[in-house]
Design a protein around this ligand. Structure first.
Ligand SMILES: Nc1ncnc2c1ncn2[C@@H]1O[C@H](COP(=O)(O)OP(=O)(O)O)[C@@H](O)[C@H]1O
Ligand SMILES: [Mg+2]
Length: 327
């Protein structure tokens, strides 16, 4: 059995434009120890999906249908007490901007210690020792001297390390990292990503890594899901998807990677996918990508397009004829 199973999840938001269906029939699973990537442009529904797994959706959200099974139990059916127990100790999350996620009023020792006090009842010197151990584990040099440091005294990379220390404090089974490196510069980004990999290997936890950057996702995950307009449009082993993207949207994301356009030392202008993500309050008919898709034909807009199996562990929401042909 998978550690996590998201089944036919539909989420609506009440907005000034009325009720907007943001997530559409999202289904996926996460295996023990696996690194799963979630990739798509801004607004594609990655954060809503992550927050749903953590059951921390905004108050104007409504789960219209579907369920999320953690170890076989639907998290939407749990009591608040049970949810609080799971959050932080079984499923943990880190966010894009560590600066705003840390509380500016408390020092590092207090904030990392808070999680351990709450979930494990640690106190005094055993609490302090564990905090120091965690800070060392996430690569903070001379952790003892950092205990009394306040968030504003930390660099972006160090703040993210503190956030990761808090997230892994209770040895969660699943760590969800939503754009964990987007606010950091490239060198620090690489260090944080390799830290996440190291921790995953050491602890055996599963990772859901969320990014708008297909390069980051491909290099750091075993399997990935491509999201567009609140739907999963492609799923497959990360190496397979990179070698042979099947959905036109994935193909577009791949073309936008900088590596593809650095030829003989000359920089080319980075292409972007023409058009914009549809306004979810006024979704197009049929395939959601159709207004932007270079392969569009009549059948694409006639009706809904389902996520169909294509070969081993591969799914795609597209009816282009060559999808079922030889690789
Ligand atoms: N609280 C909310 N109320 C209304 N719409 C929301 C809310 N949160 C997210 N959305 C909408 O849901 C869509 C997906 O958002 P999000 O998951 O944050 O995208 P991503 O993380 O992929 O950039 C966007 O259109 C966004 O405007
Ligand atoms: Mg997001």
């Amino acid at each position: 059995m998978s550690l996590l199973q998201v089944q036919n999840l539909n989420i609506d938001f009440s907005t000034t434009q009325g009720v907007v269906n943001v997530l559409r029939d999202v289904s996926f699973h996460l295996n023990e120890g696996e690194a799963l990537g979630l990739v798509g442009e801004s607004g594609s529904g990655k954060s809503v999906t992550s927050l749903a797994v953590f059951d921390l959706l905004a108050s104007n959200a409504q789960v219209r249908s579907g369920q999320i099974l953690f170890r076989g139990r639907n998290i939407f059916g749990l009591s608040e007490v049970e949810k609080v127990k799971i959050r932080g100790s079984e499923i943990s999350m880190i966010f894009q901007d560590p600066m705003t996620s840390l509380n500016p009023c408390f020092n590092v020792e207090y904030q990392v210690g808070e999680v351990l006090r709450m979930h494990q009842g640690l106190e005094g010197s055993s609490l302090r020792d564990r905090v120091i151990e965690l800070l060392a584990k996430v690569g903070i040099p001379d952790p003892q001297s950092r205990l009394k440091t306040y968030p504003h005294e930390l660099s972006g990379g160090m703040s993210q390390r503190v956030m990761i220390a808090m997230a892994i404090a209770c040895s969660p089974k699943i760590l969800i990292a939503d754009e964990p490196t987007t606010a950091l510069d490239v060198t620090i980004q690489k260090q944080i990503l390799s830290l996440l990999q190291k921790l995953r290997k050491e602890t055996g936890m599963s990772l859901i890594l969320v990014s708008h950057d297909l390069g980051v996702i491909a290099q750091n995950t075993d399997r990935l899901l491509v999201m567009y307009a609140g739907e999963i449009v492609e799923e497959g082993r990360s190496s397979d998807v990179i070698q042979r993207p099947l959905h036109p949207y994935t193909e577009g994301l791949l073309k936008c990677l900088p590596g593809a356009y650095k030829l003989e030392g000359r920089q080319f202008r980075l292409p972007t996918i023409p058009g914009i993500v549809p306004n979810l309050a006024e979704r197009p008919q049929g395939c959601q990508l159709s207004p932007r898709c270079p392969y569009k034909f009549q059948a694409c807009v006639n009706g809904a397009i389902v996520l169909g199996a294509v070969g081993d562990a591969r799914h795609v929401r597209c009816i282009k004829e060559d999808l079922h042909g030889p690789a």
